[in-house]
Ligand binder design. Structure first.
Ligand code: GTP
Ligand code: MG
Length: 468
């Protein structure tokens, strides 16, 4: 599997910074580094930073003062010989040193090539590769936490355990398969079924984390909806902490949908401000209302804005009926205009009094003022529990399926395992039931990347930056 090419890339983004790292991997690392930094010893001490002058290999001109560290394989990130050159950040030093490495014989790395090599050399499995990607892209503590856990093999161990469980089942069946005519098998069928039942339960538990796990990467789509002028854009801006959406006293101000990602309680939310819902003949506004409805159909949570103390109109009730499947927070806006609100101490979200709440997906009512900020905190506290209920209640330590690929593979394994249970419990011969175990194992092996598939790898690595 050894790779003949030595690759090089910037491990840090270009631009003004104190430091920058150039990383190399491949058999000629040490040689290339010594051509650029002739001062370092012929047999450098592994994993120890050495101060050196980096020189242009052609002209001998001084490029920077650097720290060089070599990591002989296989004890390196990629499993190959590696080297890192830490230089001063900025626009030129890193670029010149990178150029010097290319002159000295290194090749420019492809997207994700370092991690790809790490995977191919058995330094990490496919779930860990994905974790690297999530880790560097995460902007919320929730995704960051899940990625670190996955990088530390939390999910890999769980999947590995399931795979072993399937192999155990096969072993238990072995005797049945070898001596089908014997009446008294060493492992009674009920015991095999019980073990299979445990595995089914574990797969189901894992699969339940998938919908919210995928939202960790994409953000929960949180749509602000309501009649024109109900204060949607003002609330959007208040949650973002900046004046992104235009706010005026003219009903029908917002026409397009505006999106922004915010972290609330450590979880990612994709807030969408939309056009106020009303029948209108005006062409642009009508299109805006159409767009709003499209977003509402895909919403994970709806913030339904109604001015405080105003009774819900028929059209608003009808709207709530339409979205009964989606969790809704009834936001009572502009509370500062209603004196009755002021003297009260802050309180938790109250249940919607009948008949307002009956039969709808209303999960809470929050009274707030975008103008004074009062009540915003309550809304922020409420949202993680609505969009990420399972993850909030289970805490950070259970592995989470964060990609469709994960849920797809576990789904296949679960289906096969259920078919196995059904066949065996239904009295079919052991060898017939057993035909479902291999495909279940294969699904888990593909998930871990035990059997690497080119197309899966290509799709995955195209999302990487060059230096990873
Ligand atoms: N006093 C007070 N006024 C508010 C508050 N929130 C919004 N307003 C006012 O209400 C009017 C409408 O606010 P917007 O945020 O534009 O309402 P909208 O729902 O986005 O309106 P459309 O985009 O037209 O559908 C503006 O004049 C705001 O200044 C609030 O909390 N307190
Ligand atoms: Mg608006």
């Amino acid at each position: 599997m050894a790779n003949a090419d030595t690759i090089v890339a910037l491990g840090t983004p270009p631009g003004v910074a104190a430091l920058s790292v150039i990383r190399l991997s491949g058999p000629s690392c040490a040689e290339i580094v010594r051509r650029i930094c002739p001062g370092i010893p012929a047999e450098p001490e592994p994993r120890r930073a050495m101060l050196a002058r980096a020189l242009d290999p052609d002209t001998g001109a001084s490029l920077d003062q650097v720290l060089v560290t070599v990591f002989p394989g296989p004890e390196s990130y990629t499993g190959e010989d590696m080297a890192e050159v830490s230089c001063h950040g900025g626009w030129l030093s890193p670029a010149l040193i990178l150029e010097a490495c290319l002159c000295a014989g290194a090749l420019r790395a492809q997207e994700g090539e370092f991690t790809r090599r790490a995977f191919l050399n058995g330094k990490m499995d496919l779930l860990q590769v994905e974790a690297v990607l999530d880790l560097i892209e995460s902007r919320t503590p929730a995704l960051h936490g899940a990625a670190v856990h996955q990088l530390e093999r939390g999910l890999s161990r769980r999947i590995g355990g399931l795979r072993e469980g399937l192999v155990d089942l096969e072993a238990m069946l072995m005797h049945h398969l070898d001596f089908p005519e014997e009446d008294d098998p060493p492992v009674p069928t009920p015991r095999i079924l019980a073990r299979a039942g445990d595995l089914v339960g574990m797969m189901e538990e894992l699969l339940r984390t998938a919908p919210e796990g995928e939202l960790l990467r994409e953000g929960a789509v949180t749509v602000l909806a309501g009649l024109p002028n109900s204060g949607k854009s003002s609330l959007f801006n208040a949650l973002l902490g900046e004046e992104r959406a235009i706010v005026t006293e003219v009903p029908g101000t917002t026409r397009d949908a505006l999106e922004a990602v915010v972290s609330l309680g450590g979880f990612p939310f994709r807030l969408v401000d939309t056009a106020g819902l009303r029948e209108t003949r005006e062409k642009v506004e009508r299109m805006g209302v159409e767009v709003a409805r499209r977003y509402l159909r895909g919403a994970d949570v709806i913030l339904f804005c109604v001015e405080a103390e105003r009774a819900l109109q028929v059209s608003e009730r009808r709207f709530l009926d339409e979205v009964a499947e989606t969790p809704v927070v009834l936001v009572r806006t502009k509370s500062d205009l209603h004196a009755g609100e002021e003297p009260r101490a802050p309180r938790g979200p109250e249940p919607l009094p009948e008949p307002e709440g009956a039969g709808h997906g209303i999960e809470g009512v929050v009274s707030l003022s975008a103008k004074t900020g009062r009540g915003l905190e309550q809304l922020r506290d409420l949202l993680p529990g609505l969009a990420f209920r399972g993850l909030v209640s289970s805490g950070a330590e259970i592995p989470v399926l964060t990609r469709r690929r994960h849920a797809g593979a576990i789904g296949v394994a679960l289906e096969e395992l259920r078919a196995f249970v059904e066949a065996l419990a239904g009295g079919l011969p052991a060898e017939v039931a057993a035909t479902h175990l291999r495909p279940a194992e294969t699904a888990l092996e593909e998930l871990l990347g035990v059997i690497p598939r080119e197309e899966v790898l290509d799709r995955l690595f195209q999302d990487f930056c060059i230096g990873k």
